[in-house]
Structure formats: C-alpha cells, structure tokens
Design a protein around this ligand. Structure first.
Ligand SMILES: Cc1cc2nc3c(=O)[nH]c(=O)nc-3n(C[C@H](O)[C@H](O)[C@H](O)COP(=O)(O)O)c2cc1C
Length: 190
C-alpha cells in the first residue's frame, strides 16, 4: 500500500471479528513500531501482547480498579458497569499494551520519550491497516492507574500509553471529514 493511501484510509476500527490474528502479522506490527524516531536512540517502548486468557486477567484488573473508585459498588447498576468493564479486553482477539519506560541516560527529556512511543503507536496503527487489520487505540483514566502499571510490571517512571485492540474489521470503515490543514498552519518565510 502506498504511504499516502495508508495514511488517508486508516480509520479507527472499534469492532473486530474474533478470528485469531496470525503471529506473523502481530510481529510485523511490533517491528514497525521499533522503526519510530526516538531521540538518543533510547527505544523507550515496551509491548505486551495479550491474547486468550491474558485478556481476562487484564479485565479483572479493570474490574478491581472500577470497583475501588465507586462509592456504591454493590448497586445493581454499578455491578453491571463493573461486568461490562471487566469484559472490555475481550473485544478483540489481540490487545497490545504499549508502555513508555523513559531512559535515565544523560540529556534525555522525558516528554520526548513519550513522543517516541506515541510515534511508535502510530506506526503500529498504520501497519495494522496495511495488513488488512482493524485497530483502535484505547486509553481512559484506567490506563494510568497504579494497578495497571503493576500488572505490566512497569517501573515507577513507566506508563501505559495505549491499549491497541486489533483484529479483522467487523464494521464499515467510518467516513471522516478532516479539517483542512490550512486552518492550523502558518507559513513563516521571513
Ligand atoms: C491518545 C489517544 C487515546 C485514545 N483513546 C481512545 C479511547 O479510549 N476510546 C476510543 O474510542 N478512541 C480512542 N482514541 C481514538 C480516537 O478516538 C480516534 O483516533 C479519533 O476518533 C479519530 O478517528 P480516526 O482514528 O479514525 O481518525 C484515542 C486516540 C488517541 C490518540
């Protein structure tokens, strides 16, 4: 796929089939991630490929966090919400957690470590699209909870930046209207 075709036709695909994704495709996505720019070549990305029951284990962590943050977790409505959130990681056959582990090398600016990982994530989304897969980048406050960090055994400085839910698309590609770049651009020539 031509690079511009990939960029212009990639859309967030929130609904995917349960069909498994071959390891080779997952590996290509991970490899694409590692080609992202990263200042001082710190390679601050960490990947966690969750499939099968690992997704249930993540769901249990989501449920615990949700429950702890509720005033009345026992109410019928809240119990339903907890169950729904617990099942969230089952929405795709593959969930890749992408985290940043900022390097402690001299001169490294932490913000830039985040920038590198976010660039890697975009590479992953484009690679998934190029391989005929659908993907959605999911976050929300739960992403940044201590228990999620513990689940992935991140260091104190580490942070989970994305859950990429990946599978074969099970929805029509949404149409989006993009704001022309002119609206956000100033050309400075002198
Ligand atoms: C940092 C980040 C976090 C996101 N988190 C979510 C999320 O939690 N749930 C969701 O539905 N989409 C999430 N998205 C995806 C955006 O909603 C999506 O990219 C946006 O709607 C534009 O659609 P497009 O990707 O098809 O252009 C996230 C995107 C980014 C960059």
């Amino acid at each position: 796929m031509d690079i511009f075709e990939a960029i212009y036709t990639r859309r967030t695909i929130g609904l995917v089939k349960e069909d498994p994704v071959p390891d080779e495709k997952i590996e290509k996505i991970l490899e694409a991630a590692t080609y992202a720019p990263n200042h001082f070549r710190t390679e601050p990305w960490r990947f966690f490929v969750l499939r099968g029951n690992a997704r249930n284990r993540l769901g249990e962590v989501f449920a615990e966090i949700t429950q702890e943050n509720m005033e009345d977790a026992a109410s019928e409505e809240n119990q339903k919400k907890i169950k729904r959130i617990e099942s969230n990681p089952l929405r795709a056959p593959v969930v890749i957690g992408v985290a940043v582990e900022p390097s402690s090398k001299k001169n490294v600016i932490v913000k830039e470590e985040y920038a590198a990982v976010n660039s890697a994530i975009q590479n992953m989304l484009l690679a998934a699209h190029g391989l005929g897969l659908g993907a959605i980048w999911r976050t929300g406050p739960i992403c940044y909870e201590e228990k999620v960090k513990q689940f992935f055994q991140l260091t104190e400085k580490g942070e989970l930046l994305a859950f990429l839910y990946i599978g074969y698309p099970n929805m029509k590609t949404p149409k989006v209207k993009k704001t022309p770049f002119q609206n956000y651009t100033k050309w400075l020539d002198s």
